[in-house]
Design a protein around this ligand. Sequence first.
Ligand SMILES: Nc1ncnc2c1ncn2[C@@H]1O[C@H](COP(=O)(O)OP(=O)(O)O)[C@@H](O)[C@H]1O
Ligand SMILES: O=C(CO)[C@@H](O)[C@H](O)COP(=O)(O)O
Length: 472
Amino acid sequence: MTELRLVAGVDCSTQATKVLVCDAETGAVVREGRAPHPDATQVDPAEWWKAWEAASNGLLDGVRAIAVGGQQHGMVLLDESGEVVHPAVLWNDTSSADATTELIAELGGPAAWAEAIGSVPVPSFTVTKLRWVRDKEAASRAAAVVLPHDWMTHRLAVDRSGIDGITTDRGDASGTGWWSPTTNDYRTDLVELAFGRELVLPRVAGPGEVVGETAFGAVIAAGTGDNAAAALGLDLQPGDVAVSLGTSGTAFARSAHPTKDASGLVAAFADATGEYLPLVCTLNAARVMSATAQLLGLDLSAFDEAAITSAGSDGLVLLPFLDGERTPDLPHSTGLVYGLTRATMQPATMARAAVEGLLCGLADAVDALRDQGVPVHRVLLLGGGARSRAVQALAPALLGAEIVLPEPAEYVALGAARQAAWALSGAATPPTWHVPLGKPEPAITVDAPAIRANYHQVLTNTRPLLSTPYNQ
Ligand SMILES: Nc1ncnc2c1ncn2[C@@H]1O[C@H](COP(=O)(O)OP(=O)(O)O)[C@@H](O)[C@H]1O
Ligand SMILES: O=C(CO)[C@@H](O)[C@H](O)COP(=O)(O)O
C-alpha cells in the first residue's frame, strides 16, 4: 500500500479554528479538529494560537504541507519585535464607522475609493480600523500591520524573527483597503492617509508559493482570506456563485477581471489563484437563526422544523441586523421586526420570518453581483447555516437560482489544504479534488417577489431610524 501524502488546512474563522488533514492527491479528509474562539469583536491573537493548538492536537503526524485560511480584514498591529500591541480588531467590529465616513470623504468620495482599490470601504475594511486606532496609545508602538491569516502563518514558521519575512497573499491583501486589484500592488499612500505614517506591510506571496517551514517539518503555503479559501475548496467555475452562511453572509464568484463598484455593495477582492473574487458581505447570517431559536426556546433542529412547517411569514418582516449591518451599509442599526399581529406573533411565523429576512439580504447580495455582470447559473450553499433545512428549502425561490448543496464540509479549511497540496506539488495549478454534492431539502414554493418587496418596503421606510445609533 502506498503511503498517503498528507496536507493540513486551517480555517481561523470568527467563531472557531477548524483543522482538516487531507490526502494531498484526492482531498479526502482523514482527520479533523476544531476549537472555539472568544465571542468578541476585539480578540488577542494569542487566543487563535491557543485554539489552533487545541484543534490540531494529535492530528499533525505525517503532515507535509499546511496553509491557513483566515477571517478577512482583522487588524493585527505588531511592534518591531513582532509583539501584538492592541487586540486584533475584527471585520465585524463597527467601532470604525465614523472613521470610515472621514476616510471616504478625505480621498474624494466613494468613486475615488472605487478607482483606487475597486471597493468602497465599510467599517470591516482594515484601512478604517487603522484610522480608528491612529490616535490611541498603542498606535505609537506599531511597526507593522498584518491580517489574521498572516499572523498565524508567521507564527507557524520555525525560523520566524520579529516582523521580518511576514507574508500575505492577494486574496487577503485585497480586503485591507490599501491594495489595488488593478495594479496588483499596495497603495502605501492609503496607509499613510489612514494612519498618518508608513507601516511595514507583509510581502504578497504568489499562489502556490512556499513561504516557510513549520517546527514539525511541513512546508507552509501562502494561505489566504477565508472566502478565497472557500472558493478554492469548492473549485468554483464560471457561472457558480457561492453563498456562505457563517458568522458573515457572503456571496461571491471567481472572475477573470476585477470589478469597480462605486455603490459600495460589491467588494473587488482577489482570489487565491491569481484571479478575482467579487464579493458581497453581510454581517448577520447563521447567528440570526441561532439567536431566533434561542428566543423561541428551540434547538436548531426544532427551529428548522418550525420554519419549514409554518404556513408562511404572513407579512411578518424581520430585518436581521442584530450586530449592526455592513450590506446595506448600516453599521449603527439593530434588528427590527415589523408586522406583528395576534396572528403572526407565533413561534413558527417568527422562525420563518428570520430565515426569510436573512435570505432576503443574501438575495440582494446575489443581485448586486448580477448587476456587476457576474453570471449566476447556480448557487452553491455553504457555511454552518447552510445545514439549516429551512434555508435549503427557501433559498431556490428567494435567491432565484438553482441551488446546489456541496456535501457539508469545512470548505475554507479544505481550500487551505488544497493550497497546501498545490505548494507541496510545485505544480503550476492546484490539484484536482472532487467536490461531492449533497441533496438539499425539497424546495418550498413561496411568493418570493412579495416577500422581497415587503422586506424592501420595511427597510426603505425604517432606514432613517436604522442609520442613527440605537438609543440616541
Ligand atoms: N443546522 C443549523 N442551522 C442553523 N445554523 C447552524 C446549523 N448548524 C450550524 N449552524 C450555525 O453555523 C454557525 C457556524 O458556521 P461557520 O460557517 O462555521 O461560521 P464561521 O466560519 O463564521 O466560524 C454557527 O453560528 C452555528 O449556530
Ligand atoms: O468580512 C468578511 C468578508 O469580507 C467575512 O466573510 C469574514 O471573512 C469572516 O467570515 P466568517 O467568520 O463568517 O467565515
